[in-house]
Design a protein around this ligand. Structure first.
Ligand SMILES: [Fe+2]
Ligand SMILES: [Fe+2]
Length: 255
């Protein structure tokens, strides 16, 4: 039998007991600066111990496979703005662990390389972590669609499940229907929660977090998105509490 080439798919553990701030779908440089500021201020108020950028922190519009407006195609400028965002976040939270998950938008980088520069694509120099100077900023990049664990809470960006999974009514319920497991995810740009007990009374809870990007992008000016982020408190036992907050007109709304 030939040796299997399959690579084990492992989880990434935040290894944090305490408070973890989760910012998802910033889509820099198409972020909403008021919402992002409000989310960061809220995380400061709660003195977070770690920060997770849960995917789509960069938009990478210029290297998307979708049709692009030539007016906005300046990838180097976009890259510089993403670096600026990451430097700003490191400045806001100088002493804590920061982890960045690659969402579908960050994956555009690798896909673009495979398409346009396949011979260079496997060089470590071409890695997104290198181009964004993540090592210098002390930011861990989690790619390959790995699950991130915050105590007992598995976190996904949301694109890992493949296409056609989003629920038109409630994203968290859509995640439940697909995974039948407790999870927190972004990607759908909508705040929602769904809890359901199994036959023996064990509870599963799914959360989807809001986004921190422009709510009226040219490609989808009418949508069901809302601003929001999350604060996860993890106990030593792995038990967790989630504050899945919305942001409306620059104000944090916790219920
Ligand atoms: Fe997104
Ligand atoms: Fe996404």
């Amino acid at each position: 039998m030939p040796k299997s080439q399959a690579v084990p798919w492992t989880v990434y553990d935040m290894a944090t007991v305490g408070k973890i701030g989760i910012l998802s779908d910033i889509h820099c440089p198409y972020h909403d600066d008021v919402a992002l500021r409000a989310a960061v201020d809220h995380l400061h108020e709660h003195k977070i111990d770690a920060l997770l950028l849960n995917g789509d922190f960069a938009d990478f519009y210029s290297i998307s496979r979708h049709e692009k407006n030539p007016k906005h195609r300046n990838f180097l400028a976009e890259l510089e703005q993403v670096q600026q965002l990451l430097r700003w976040l490191r400045g806001e939270f100088p002493d804590i662990k920061i982890v960045a998950k690659a969402g579908n938008h960050e994956e555009r980088w690798e896909k673009w390389l495979w398409q346009h520069a396949p011979e260079l694509s496997t060089s470590p120099i071409m890695g997104l972590d290198n181009w964004l100077a993540l090592k210098e900023l002390g930011i861990d990049l989690v790619s390959e669609k790995r699950i991130i664990m915050a105590g007992g809470l598995p976190i996904l960006h949301g694109h890992e499940k493949g296409n056609g999974i989003s629920s038109p009514v409630n994203q968290a319920r859509g995640a439940y229907m697909r995974l039948h497991h407790t999870v927190l995810e972004g990607h759908g740009h909508r705040t929602s929660i769904h809890s359901e007990p199994d036959m023996m009374g064990a509870e599963t809870v799914c959360f989807s977090t809001g986004c921190l990007c422009d709510l009226r992008p040219a490609y989808a000016p009418l949508n069901k998105w809302n601003h929001g982020a999350a604060l996860v408190s993890v106990k030593e036992t792995g038990e967790f509490d989630v504050e899945n907050f919305r942001i409306s007109n620059g104000k944090v709304r916790t219920s």
